[in-house]
Design a protein around this ligand. Structure first.
Ligand code: SF4
Length: 375
């Protein structure tokens, strides 16, 4: 089973905190799809005979581009690889792009899961994040999508300038009342060279501190698990059976193939695991989509071990202590000390020699992983 990711690198404008690879000029959309079709033809050998479990249109803003372009690409893939009604086809959408007609067209094109970049249901917070939509757009879009799609995901963000617990709990309450099948909760991170980063460096903006952000993360966990959502990954919650198949397969280290500038791939063949990524330049991609791959590495035994620990903790798959002992280069005593320290802090539990994170431990998943790998 193979998953596919398509990076649609266009946004109307860049949000204040965003450092993703994208352009804000929309005049290259047609050329982009021509290049995408060419890249897909060039990867036909990797697609042939495969059954496609999930397709994810990410970006950027996939809801900006013409729907017929998306359905054209889906038909091209269906002509090479195996797709059926079970294939999860997700499209990331921004509320300002969506109306009933567009939703109907997306559904007719085969999209069966809509992932909406809501971030908040308050105008103040959306302005603080530099988002182009309003609270009314958030509400309207989620409601319309819930009427048309059996699987709707809502992205929320906490930790915006001036945000306090009441505003955040309002966002959680509204989400809960709309009851989408999936909710992602991201803590705002300050990325270098963004507009927000410059404002924080200049001292014109102050963001909530780490403790306040952690409190918001905990509040989300309490509210969402209390409302019946399963916390299945550090930032993700789902009603039963509605986890993101695409994301879960990449966290489980199953193969996926990326298309478009800056897209990453992970393929497994003949016992070898290879990661590769496309060039992070739209102009170079458009000029020669067949030379899109500009980085490739075959994973070493150490890299496989590191990824297995890091990703298994994120989805709380459970790590056998024996596996940790076998993969580390440092001694068992240091591992025992690290595990004892995390147990004392209440970040992990160990049942029958298998390590899992506690709810509190999810907050420190990266730190725990780093220590279990290298500590
Ligand atoms: S819409 Fe998403 S991808 Fe586009 S600039 Fe905003 S955060 Fe970044």
């Amino acid at each position: 089973m193979l998953s596919l990711y398509v990076h649609i690198p266009f946004c109307r404008e860049r949000c204040r905190y965003c450092d993703f690879f994208l352009v804000t000029r929309l005049d290259h959309v047609d050329r982009f799809f021509t290049a995408l079709a060419e890249e897909t033809r060039s990867k036909a050998e990797l697609l042939k005979g495969e059954r496609i479990g999930a397709i994810h249109f990410g970006g950027g803003t996939p809801s900006l581009v013409p729907v017929w372009r998306l359905s054209g690409w889906l038909s091209q893939v269906a002509g090479i690889a195996g797709m059926d009604d079970e294939t999860e086809i997700t499209l990331e959408a921004n509320p300002e792009d969506i109306d009933n007609t567009r939703l109907d067209h997306l559904r007719d094109a085969g999209v069966n899961r809509l992932s909406i970049g809501v971030q908040s249901f308050t105008d103040r917070k959306l302005r603080a994040l530099g988002r182009a939509h309003t609270a009314a757009d958030s509400l309207r879009t989620v409601s319309m999508a819930m009427e048309r799609f059996g699987s709707v995901a809502v992205d929320l963000m906490c930790g915006a300038e001036g945000e306090g617990p009441d505003e955040w709990e309002g966002d959680l309450r509204m989400t809960h009342s709309l009851r989408p099948q999936h909710v992602s909760v991201y803590m705002l991170t300050l990325e270098e060279k963004t507009r927000l980063w410059r404002d924080v460096c200049r001292g014109t903006v102050e963001l909530p501190g780490e403790d306040e952000q952690s409190a918001m993360y905990r509040a989300a966990r309490i509210a969402l698990t209390g409302a019946g959502y399963r916390h299945y990954e550090v930032s993700n919650y789902a009603l039963d059976g509605f986890h993101s198949r695409y994301n879960l397969s990449s966290w489980k280290r199953e193969p996926y193939l990326g298309f478009g500038p800056s897209a990453h791939s992970f393929m497994v063949s003949g016992g070898e695991e290879t990661r590769f990524s496309n060039v992070g330049s739209l102009i170079r991609y458009l000029d020669d989509p067949l030379a899109a791959v500009d980085f490739r590495e075959v994973l070493t035994r150490e890299q496989r071990f590191d990824e297995e620990v890091f990703l298994s903790l994120r989805i709380n798959r459970g790590l056998p202590v024996g596996f940790l002992r076998s993969g580390r280069s440092t001694g068992d005593d240091r591992l025992d000390d690290a595990l004892a320290g995390f147990l004392e802090k209440g970040w992990i539990r160990i049942d029958e020699e298998v390590v899992t994170l506690t709810g509190e431990g999810f907050l420190f998943a990266d730190l725990v992983a780093a220590e279990l790998i290298h500590g």
